[in-house]
Design a protein around this ligand. Structure first.
Ligand SMILES: Cc1cc2nc3c(=O)[nH]c(=O)nc-3n(C[C@H](O)[C@H](O)[C@H](O)COP(=O)(O)OP(=O)(O)OC[C@H]3O[C@@H](n4cnc5c(N)ncnc54)[C@H](O)[C@@H]3O)c2cc1C
Length: 442
C-alpha cells in the first residue's frame, strides 16, 4: 500500500481562515480523461493548465488530506523569482543556470498571477511586495554583498538597506543590513491553495479531499487508482505528490526528505503593534540559507509574525514528536532575540512540513511510464517550482513540446544517493554544522 508523508503540528495558515466545508472524498468508481494526484502547487497548476488548454477533458484531482493541510499550506509563502539554492552559501549558482532559473521562475509566478486574476482568487493571497535578505552578522553581510554582485552580473535589480532602514521596515534593530529584491510575491499559502482548489472546480474538474491513492496500476492502456472507498480509471495520470513519489515506487533512493518548521504568534494588539513599529507587512529570508525566515503579516487573522527555521533529515517522512518540541525552543529564542519589545507575545502554533531535495538540485519530472507523468521534487522552492513543474507536466502530457518542457527534459535526473546510513550522516551533519555556523542568522 502507498503511504503518505506525515506533517507534524497544525496547519496554522489554514487556521487563520474561516472554517470551510470540506469537499467529499472519493467513494465511487469513476473514469476520467485525467487523474492528478496531489492538490498542492504542482497538482493544482497542472489541473489549471489542462483546464485551459483542453477544456473538454475531464479531470479528477485526489489529495490524501484536506486542501492546504499539507506542505502547500504550511510554507512561509515566498514565491521567489531569483535563484534560491538552499545548498549554496548565498542562494546563487552558475550564471547561465541562474538566468534560465529566473526566466522559469518568473514564468511560473506569472502563471500564478494570471490564475489569481482569471479565477478571482482573494487579493490577500497574492501580494507583489518583494522581499529582503536580512543579515544579522558580518558573515551575513558578506553573503549579501556576494549575492548583490551576483545579481549585478545577472542584470537584476536590487537595493542594499542599512541597519536604520532595516529597523524602519521590521521594527527591530537586530539586522545590520539587508538586500531588497522586488520580484518576490508573498502569498498566504493556505488561502491561495484553498481558493484555487475551490475555484478551479467545474462540471469537468472535480477534486476529492481525504482520498489517498493506495494503489496505482496499469490496466490495459489506462491507469487505475484505488483509494480507501473508490476507484478511478484515467488514461493520463500526473503524480504531483512531491517526495511521496518514492512511495509510488519511482525515483527510489534519489530524493532527500527534509523537514522544515514554522511558528506563528498570537494576534498582536494595537499596543504591541505600536511598540514593534515598522511596516505592517514584509518578508525576510536569511542572508545565510540555514538561518531564519521571518514575515510580518496582516489581513484575515490579524497582525502577526511568522518565523521559520531548522531543517531535519527524515528519510521515513515522519519526524518524531520530540523534534517539534526542540524546534519550538529554537523558535522562541530566534523570536525573542529579534523582538524583545514583544516579550509577552506567545508563539501560538508550531508546525513542520515535508520538502524534497535532490543532490543535483533538479526535479523528478517527465513521463515515467507511458501515460504516467511526474511533477515532483521542488528543491525547497515549491511555491514556484511546483507551479512550474505542474504546468509543464500538463504540457508534456498534452503533447506540447514547449521550450520549457524541452529545458526540463534536458535536465539530468535526480542523482542517486549513496547508501542510506552514509546519506543520513552526511545530510544530518551538513545541516547541524550549517545551523551552528549560521550563528545569529538563526
Ligand atoms: C515550514 C515551511 C516553509 C516553507 N517555505 C517556503 C517558501 O517560503 N517558499 C517556497 O517556495 N517553498 C517553501 N516551502 C516548500 C513548499 O511548501 C513545498 O516545496 C511545496 O509545498 C511543494 O509543492 P508540491 O505541490 O510539489 O507538493 P506538496 O505541497 O507536498 O503537495 C503534494 C500533495 O500530494 C498529496 N499526496 C501525497 N501522497 C498522496 C497519495 N498517495 N494520494 C493522494 N495524495 C497524496 C499530499 O497530501 C500533498 O497535499 C516551505 C515548506 C515548509 C514546510
Amino acid at each position: 500500500m502507498i503511504s503518505v508523508s506525515k506533517n507534524p503540528g497544525p496547519s496554522a495558515w489554514n487556521d487563520l481562515l474561516p472554517e470551510r466545508e470540506p469537499l467529499p472524498s472519493l467513494s465511487s468508481t469513476l473514469t476520467s480523461d485525467w487523474l492528478i494526484v496531489g492538490a498542492g502547487f504542482a497538482g493544482l497548476s497542472a489541473a489549471r493548465r489542462v483546464q485551459q488548454e483542453a477544456p473538454n477533458d475531464s479531470i479528477v484531482i485526489l489529495d490524501a488530506q484536506g486542501l492546504a493541510s499539507g506542505p502547500a499550506g504550511r510554507n512561509s509563502g515566498f514565491m521567489i523569482d531569483l535563484p534560491h539554492d538552499l545548498a549554496s552559501d548565498d542562494y546563487g549558482g552558475q550564471i547561465e543556470n541562474d538566468r534560465e532559473a529566473i526566466t522559469q521562475n518568473r514564468y511560473a509566478i506569472n502563471f500564478a498571477k494570471e490564475t489569481v486574476e482569471a479565477l478571482q482568487l482573494p487579493k490577500e493571497c497574492f501580494k507583489e511586495i518583494g522581499k529582503i535578505n536580512g543579515a544579522a552578522t558580518a558573515k551575513g553581510m558578506r553573503h549579501n554583498h556576494d549575492y548583490g554582485k551576483h545579481l549585478s552580473k545577472l542584470g537584476e535589480k536590487y537595493e542594499y538597506l542599512d541597519a536604520n532602514s532595516m529597523k524602519d521596515i521590521t521594527g527591530t534593530n537586530y539586522y545590520d543590513g539587508g538586500l531588497f529584491t522586488p520580484g518576490t510575491v508573498m502569498i498566504q499559502p493556505a488561502l491561495y491553495i484553498r481558493s484555487l482548489g475551490e475555484k478551479i472546480l467545474s462540471n469537468r474538474v472535480r477534486l476529492y479531499e481525504s482520498s489517498p491513492v493506495e494503489e496505482l496500476n496499469k490496466v490495459g492502456s489506462d491507469w487505475q487508482a484505488k483509494t480507501p472507498k473508490g476507484v478511478i480509471t484515467a488514461s493520463k495520470v500526473i503524480l504531483a505528490v512531491n517526495g511521496n513519489i518514492e512511495n509510488f515506487g519511482y525515483f527510489k533512493n534519489s530524493l532527500l526528505h527534509v523537514y522544515t518548521y514554522g511558528s506563528i504568534t498570537q494576534k498582536l494588539t494595537p499596543e504591541e503593534i505600536k511598540s514593534l513599529g515598522g511596516r505592517k507587512e514584509w518578508g525576510l529570508t536569511p542572508a545565510d540559507p540555514l538561518g531564519s525566515t521571518v514575515r510580518r503579516i496582516c489581513g484575515t487573522g490579524g497582525d502577526r509574525i511568522v518565523i521559520r527555521n531548522r531543517f531535519t533529515y527524515e528519510p521515513k517522512m515522519s519526524p518524531r514528536k520530540s523534534v517539534i518540541e526542540k524546534v519550538y525552543r529554537t523558535h522562541i529564542k530566534s523570536f525573542s532575540d529579534r523582538f524583545p519589545m514583544l516579550k509577552d507575545i506567545k508563539l501560538m502554533q508550531t508546525w513542520g512540513g515535508h520538502l524534497t531535495l535532490s543532490r543535483n538540485n533538479v526535479a523528478a519530472f517527465g513521463e515515467i511510464k507511458p501515460g504516467l507523468f511526474a511533477a515532483c521534487c521542488q528543491n525547497g522552492l515549491g511555491t514556484v517550482k511546483g507551479t512550474l513543474h505542474g504546468l509543464a507536466a500538463a504540457d508534456l502530457a498534452m503533447g506540447k513540446k514547449t521550450a520549457l518542457v524541452e529545458q526540463l527534459l534536458n535536465n539530468p535526473k535526480p542523482k542517486k544517493l549513496p547508501f542510506k546510513p552514509l546519506t543520513k550522516i552526511a545530510v544530518s551533519s551538513r545541516i547541524k554544522l550549517g545551523e551552528l555556523l549560521a550563528g545569529k542568522e538563526l
